[in-house]
Design a protein around this ligand. Structure first.
Ligand SMILES: [Zn+2]
Length: 383
């Protein structure tokens, strides 16, 4: 029977090729050992190592998705829940390899914000447990090694520090559960800072807010200034030893909204080594009516001009009940943003930065600014 014969010959060729590749990858020692072994053992060794090795993945990072909240409210999985805009499945279709999962604490949850945080962390854990191609990263080096092994990456972020209800030290227990990014405010002002939606007079960080920022610095937790009032942003820049990021904010020069950043704020964030990530929510994009993917690209281009390459990324805010710009209704539409940026003449290296490399380098800088002796002990995950 010719077919099985051809099949087995093809299989032998594949195994031989795998053996050669393996020998090349592992260096001469293995190659010489393989040559010394009798043919039957060599065949067995090749079989043993013929497991497919997943290809390394480039970093393509969305710095803000609200998928855990949608999954919690609808009782579905962040991995592949129906109708989700930024599930793991939608991210994979859009070529996204790193998701910053926002653990959002709404006003409605403020009776017990710590319980909401715990429930969202459970949603994240369950989603990751059901998706073998995804894992939580606790450091930029871990993110890089996961991607190098072909595993996609989730990063846990708190949006709204009301869940740290017992004070800044609550951040340590969130850190032990894997949280690596913290936005002190959402639309409500709180015990730590005032929000752009509820600016106080005088506004800014409170004493507890300053302590929270310093503790975040010590732990290596990234500080997210999106949603902060202008005064709170000023105070955070003055207080933080580590660079800060805006995980989902656009340019106020292109779209005058208090949730967006002025050129002066963008410059200060970038000069300190920070990052600004453009989001897809139409009222913060402006542009055409309704705005489309090219209007979002205009924000990226403007921010690159103001902040310089290396300080701009994107954070869609998908699954955050936004009104997405046309063409970016789901994360699978991301290639159209990449195309729009290319059409604007953004070069390959700058584009790779926007798509995610700048985020990992930013996270490196936050790690470098940590306290020399970690303030947490015991079960704190290694950096
Ligand atoms: Zn938000």
């Amino acid at each position: 029977m010719p077919l099985p014969h051809r099949r087995s010959r093809a299989r032998r060729l594949v195994l031989a090729a795998a053996g050669t590749l393996l020998a090349a990858a592992c260096g001469g020692d293995l190659a010489s050992r393989a040559a010394d072994e009798p043919p039957r053992d060599r065949h067995a060794a090749a079989l043993l190592h013929a497991e497919p090795t997943p290809a390394p993945l480039p970093v393509v990072a969305d710095l803000h998705v609200d998928t855990p909240t949608q999954a919690l409210l609808r009782g579905i999985s962040i991995a592949d829940g129906p109708g989700l805009e930024a599930s793991f499945a939608a991210a994979e279709r859009g070529g996204v390899t790193l998701l910053v999962e926002s653990l959002w604490i709404p006003r409605a949850a403020e009776a017990d914000p710590a319980a909401r945080l715990a429930a969202l962390l459970d949603v994240l854990d369950r989603g990751l447990a059901s998706a073998p191609g995804w894992a939580l990263a606790l450091s930029p080096s871990q993110a890089r090694s996961l991607l190098a092994r072909g595993t996609r990456v989730a990063v846990a972020a708190i949006e709204g520090a009301t869940c740290l209800s017992a004070g800044p030290r609550d951040l340590e227990s969130a850190f032990r559960r894997g949280v690596r990014m913290l936005g002190p405010t959402w639309t409500a002002s709180n015990a730590y800072a005032d929000s752009s939606a509820e600016p106080r007079e005088p506004g800014g960080l409170t004493d507890a807010g300053r302590n929270l920022v310093r503790l975040a610095n010590d732990l290596g937790v990234m500080i997210d200034v999106s949603h902060m009032s202008d005064a709170a942003l000023d105070d955070t820049l003055a207080t933080s030893r580590a660079p800060v990021l805006a995980s989902h904010s656009n340019s106020r020069a292109l779209c005058p909204h208090p949730r967006n950043l002025t050129d002066a704020q963008v410059r200060r964030i970038a000069e300190a080594g920070g990052l600004v990530a453009v989001m897809f929510h139409a009222p913060f994009v402006c542009g055409g009516a309704p705005p489309d993917v090219d209007d979002v690209a205009a924000h990226v281009a403007h921010l690159l001009e103001v902040a310089g390459p290396g300080h701009v990324a994107f954070g869609s805010d998908l699954d955050g009940r936004i009104q997405p710009a046309r063409g970016l209704e789901r994360l699978d539409g991301l290639p159209s943003l990449r195309d729009a940026l290319r059409r604007r003449g953004i070069d390959g290296a700058t584009l790779a930065g926007v798509m995610g490399e700048s985020f990992l380098r930013y996270w490196d800088r936050v790690q470098a600014a940590r306290a020399p002796t970690p303030r947490t002990s015991g079960s704190a995950p290694a950096p």
